[in-house]
Write a protein that binds this ligand. Structure first.
Ligand SMILES: Nc1nc2c(c(=O)[nH]1)N[C@H]1C(S)=C(S)[C@@H](COP(=O)(O)O)O[C@H]1N2
Ligand SMILES: [Mo]
Length: 281
């Protein structure tokens, strides 16, 4: 199966999955929430809640608001003004190489590596537009950025790391990605023009992460080609890996093969295995 078919199949499964969830959600959520609210409020409170306006999902609005809160928080919390803490360089070290999903070392030729970029911004057509194919020299032609920030693994360890690479936002800017109009993005003032999601995958498509566009465009989110002052090693994701300061390490995909800007919330390897899709910290 070709890589594209693989992606398309995942997309189809996603669509079917979403369909099922759409059907199930109002019922399961409502019964769960109704039980929880009844337990919390007692009868009087419950009467008040029931008689409050119901919204589209049939969930009384005070409850619905708390549902929306998580997504709202994830989308606005990491605005460009909120920077992750930085550290003095002497505290930085190379972290342990953690996770090798999609990093088959035997089968990988660094010299043949290309970064494919796909713009799937027209959801009506659902067509994969001709992709941009970039080499490492194209990434290195973007302004070089160094930062000393923390890598936090969801398993409970963290390490201050000295990273070097290009800002993801500079890639988006240079190639006019990230917006529906193709105009330069403006996270603060023109959020409605942003393509809402980015998907990143290893070249074999085995490991894949989804990001909200705000986190992808965060000024400290890097496409890294160096860690700890040295060129990236294969086990840390050579030739190019992602680092997202506002997310747990699971989102910092090693060995990026493909970046897709999309209107649909992308599949995410660990979200499918029960972790929070946003995985912010
Ligand atoms: N391709 C790929 N990227 C990956 C992983 C993986 O298994 N495969 N693991 C993730 C996890 S859980 C962490 S904590 C970080 C670890 O990065 P490091 O190996 O450079 O320490 O990589 C992330 N990126
Ligand atoms: Mo991790």
């Amino acid at each position: 199966m070709s890589h594209n078919e693989n992606v398309e199949e995942r997309t189809e499964v996603a669509a079917a999955d979403q369909e099922v969830r759409r059907e199930m959600r109002p019922r399961t959520r409502r019964s769960f929430l109704v039980g929880a609210a009844a337990a919390l409020l007692g009868y009087g409170g419950w009467r008040w809640l029931k008689t409050s306006a119901e919204d589209v999902d049939g969930i009384p609005w005070p409850l619905r608001r708390s549902h929306e809160f998580n997504e709202h928080l994830a989308r606005n919390y990491f605005s460009t003004a909120r920077l992750a803490p930085t550290f003095p360089r002497h505290l930085a070290n190379l972290p342990r190489a953690n996770g090798d999903i999609g990093l088959d070392v035997e089968d990988f030729e660094s010299a043949e590596w290309r970064l494919e970029v796909v713009n799937l911004t027209d959801s009506a057509k659902e067509e994969i537009e001709p992709s941009l194919s970039l080499g490492l020299e194209d990434i290195k032609a973007l302004p070089r950025v160094e930062e000393v920030t923390e890598l936090k693994c969801i398993e409970g360890w963290s390490q201050v790391v000295h990273w070097a690479g290009a800002r993801f936002s500079d890639l988006a800017d240079k190639y006019q990605l990230a917006t529906r109009s193709g105009a330069p993005f403006d996270v603060e003032n023109k959020a409605t023009d942003l393509v809402p999601y980015v998907s990143l995958e290893t070249p074999d498509g085995v490991y894949y992460v989804g990001l909200d566009i705000e986190s992808a465009l965060h000024p400290q989110t890097l496409l890294c080609y160096e860690m700890d002052g040295e060129p990236l090693t294969l086990e840390h994701g050579a030739p190019l890996r992602l680092y997202v300061p506002v997310k747990y390490g699971i989102k910092s995909l090693k060995r990026i093969g493909r970046i897709t800007f999309t209107n649909k919330r992308p599949f995410d390897y660990w979200a499918e295995r029960g972790y929070d899709w946003y995985s912010g910290h």
